[in-house]
Design a protein. Structure first.
Length: 389
């Protein structure tokens, strides 16, 4: 029985929706965001040490949810704490563990993303997983960090279907390789701009003159507005945007949420990480987000640099070295670009999903690319728009 259970569990771990591999990422389709180059994987895992694990939970015709785990390094996150910061665009959400994070400027667990009513299940499971680790036998307090968006349209959210084994599978299965995107993990049941949202990721690498640092972003998209891609009003042109008088319901008001996780190898303290996190909202805004009253828009940022890590057992203060304020400008540019592209990847990679009697269509790429061609918003790095010298 145990073997059968493990086989069934493996079927839902990090498994993309049918046909997901057939849809390109934004850059593969010619949508080049910004001026800085991405890392080799164009993912948050381009930041050395960062690992991502995902469990997709699909059960019957009503459960469409999951969990995404972001681990800052390969060690024990409690015993090797990384500096971290939270920036809030709009606080309509159930983000767990943030008061201690803000007070101490550090995180002591991985970050989990899941569905709204699954937050506490996820936190309990991660706490159990961490407390069972070697060296944790005397630990009497732990601060799980769990973010969420509400996937209650496609998912039977009131059943709180996320179980401990799903969380453990995501944590144990985390890797430093490519990250699956679209309707997987915590993005299995999400909706963005009226189309299928999900998990997306991207990265930027600064030139040596700006420090050579890497910034990686992972998003869970479930929000609305007027979809804009490289400045082109795609949502308006395709006739799907908020506040249309013939439409009704919270989705048509742009309500929802977005979770943005930022990782960097730049040696930053919590104060400068907050500054970097705030610039992720620049990238969010460029996609046409409204950050409505009913949307939870959160950015969690952390540094993986070894020299800024903190050992709670240390009795002497560490010689922490933070970058000067002037060095942050390149990181600001990088995080804005990576956030924008990660969001687009979540839409480009997502596939049409049906659950709980509802079907949410994937962004129609053929029509989207037609709009982008019309607005000269494709492939700027290869060709200039007609009429330009």
């Amino acid at each position: 029985m145990r073997i059968v259970f493990l086989i069934l569990l493996l079927l839902v771990i990090d498994t993309p929706a049918l046909g997901a591999q057939e849809r390109p990422r934004a850059r593969e389709a010619g949508v080049v965001i910004g001026i800085l180059p991405p890392g080799p994987l164009n993912a948050i895992t381009d930041v050395d040490g960062v690992r991502v694990g995902q469990t997709t939970v699909v059960e019957g015709d009503s459960v469409r949810t999951g969990v995404t785990a972001i681990l800052p390094h390969g060690g024990n996150a409690y015993l090797e704490r990384v500096p971290a910061a939270l920036h809030v665009g709009n606080g309509f959400g159930k983000l767990l563990g943030v008061t201690q994070l803000r007070e101490l400027g550090e995180m002591e667990t991985p970050i989990l993303l899941t569905c709204t009513l699954c937050v506490w299940n996820a936190a309990n499971a991660m706490a159990d997983w961490m407390l069972a680790k070697p060296g944790m036998q005397d630990v009497r307090s732990i601060n799980p960090i769990v973010g969420e968006t509400n996937d209650g349209g496609l998912n039977a959210i009131r059943t709180r279907p996320l179980r401990a084994e799903h969380v453990v599978a995501a944590l144990e299965g985390a890797t430093s390789g490519p990250v699956r995107e679209g309707a997987v993990g915590a993005g299995t049941g999400t909706v963005a701009f009226g189309w299928k949202g999900g998990i997306g990721t991207s990265s930027r690498r600064l030139p040596a003159a700006l420090g050579g640092w890497t910034v990686g972003v992972l998003v869970q998209t479930n929000y609305g507005g007027v979809l804009t891609i490289n400045g082109a009003p795609v949502g308006r042109e395709l006739g799907r945007y908020i506040f249309q008088p013939q439409l009704e319901g919270p989705r048509d008001r742009g309500d929802g949420s977005v979770m943005i996780v930022v990782a960097t190898d730049a040696p930053l303290d919590a104060r400068n990480l907050d500054r970097v996190a705030s610039r992720a909202l620049v990238g969010l805004a460029r996609t046409g987000a409204t950050m409505t009253n009913g949307s939870g828009d959160y950015v969690l940022a952390f540094s993986t640099a070894v020299q800024v890590r903190r050992d709670p057992r240390a009795r002497e203060p560490a010689a922490v070295r933070d970058l000067p304020n002037e060095a942050a400008t390149g990181l600001f540019q990088a995080v804005a670009e990576a956030t924008e592209e990660a969001i687009l990847n979540s839409l480009f990679r997502a596939t049409t999903t049906t659950g709980s009697g509802m079907t949410v269509e994937a962004l129609p790429l053929d029509r989207t690319l037609e709009v982008l061609r019309r607005y000269n918003a494709l492939g700027w790095d290869r060709t200039l728009p007609p009429g330009r010298p």
